[in-house]
Design a protein around this ligand. Structure first.
Ligand code: A3P
Length: 305
């Protein structure tokens, strides 16, 4: 393990490098416990994301999609109306296994739906060995960075000190960010998804924004719960996208005022949900620098943002 001291105040915590990626101490204990103890089942669905790529949105969508026969989107008792998506689809290393816990998962209904920011190399062996499915979501690096920077400044934990955009940007470009280097995280899953498209559905925030209905249908097929008829598809796709929309979710009382058990406000996960917001924050020079790094890192991979 190598440790980066928090001289910059980045996250007000030390970051530790484990298997080539940066984690804070709490998260790292969760990563290790999860690697040791999590037993994936063939029917499990794992949403894997880079931080700030739209995890909250995809959690809501996958939960609604997989449970569409249990809960009708248009009815008042849909769990999304009174629960944060993070409560319905818990993080492995940040919630269930956080601080090295070993949770009892026996009460989870099948198919179990979990999420994680784990890099591919750090996934528990049973995830790779079983037939469980992975949905991978990432986002263009400039918006990811801005969303991450805004998030760390918003968290209660950060009240002591605000991270300047310049210093967080410098670290991000050096590959030092939560679960970074960003490009290594993305490339790990991109390469595996090309080898094994039955196992990993690779998706970007921008693709989901542009053609949400197409990806919802494709996700239903990928996850083995295709729509039974054109009629069901038309009715359900629109209803899911509506209940999971930024406007609907961010205006629910639970997401405006509620808190996660860790103390974070649910509203920290909703900012403005736009593509290209980086233009309002990054200088031309910063944008070019990050574009150049990513161009070099993704060169020859076939991946472009
Ligand atoms: P911005 O900070 O750019 O607004 P994560 O859930 O991985 O932490 O990502 C958070 C980002 O997803 C934030 O982006 C947030 O506003 C956006 N987001 C949250 N819910 C969304 C939704 N229902 N639709 C689209 N974007 C959403």
């Amino acid at each position: 393990l190598s440790t980066l001291p928090s001289e910059s105040g980045w996250l007000s915590k030390k970051l530790h490098n484990y298997q080539g990626f940066w984690h804070n101490a709490r998260q790292l204990q969760g990563v290790i416990s999860c690697q040791k103890h999590f037993q994936a089942q063939d029917t499990d669905i794992l949403l894997v994301t880079t931080p700030k790529s739209g995890t909250t949105w995809l959690k809501a969508i996958l939960f609604s999609l997989v449970n569409r026969t249990r809960f009708q989107q248009t009815e008042g008792d849909h769990p999304l109306l009174s629960n944060s998506p993070h409560a319905l689809v818990p993080f492995l290393e940040l919630k269930l296994y956080v601080d090295g816990e070993t949770p009892d998962l026996s009460s989870f209904a099948s198919p179990r739906l979990f999420s994680t920011h784990l890099p591919y190399i750090s996934l528990p062996k049973s995830v790779q060995d079983s037939k469980c499915k992975l949905v991978y979501l990432c986002r263009n690096p400039k918006d990811t960075f801005i969303s991450l920077w805004a998030f760390t400044n918003k968290l209660k934990l950060q009240e002591i000190r605000t991270n300047s955009i310049e210093e967080v940007f410098e670290k991000f470009c050096e590959g030092i960010s939560l679960c970074g280097p960003f490009w290594d995280h993305v490339l790990g899953y991109w390469k595996e998804s090309l080898k094994n498209p039955e196992k990993i559905y690779f998706l970007t925030y921008e693709e989901m924004k542009e053609q949400p209905d197409l990806h919802l249908r494709k996700l239903a097929d990928f996850l083995g719960c295709p729509f039974s008829s054109k009629e069901e598809e038309e009715r359900v796709v629109d209803a899911i996208l509506d209940i999971c929309s930024f406007d609907k979710l961010s205006n629910l009382k639970v997401n405006k005022e509620g808190k996660l058990p860790s103390g974070e406000s649910n509203n920290a996960y909703f900012r403005n949900g736009q593509v290209g917001d980086w233009k309002n924050y990054l200088t031309a020079e910063m944008a070019q620098r990050l574009e150049k790094i990513c161009e070099e890192k993704f060169d020859g991979s076939g991946l472009k943002f």
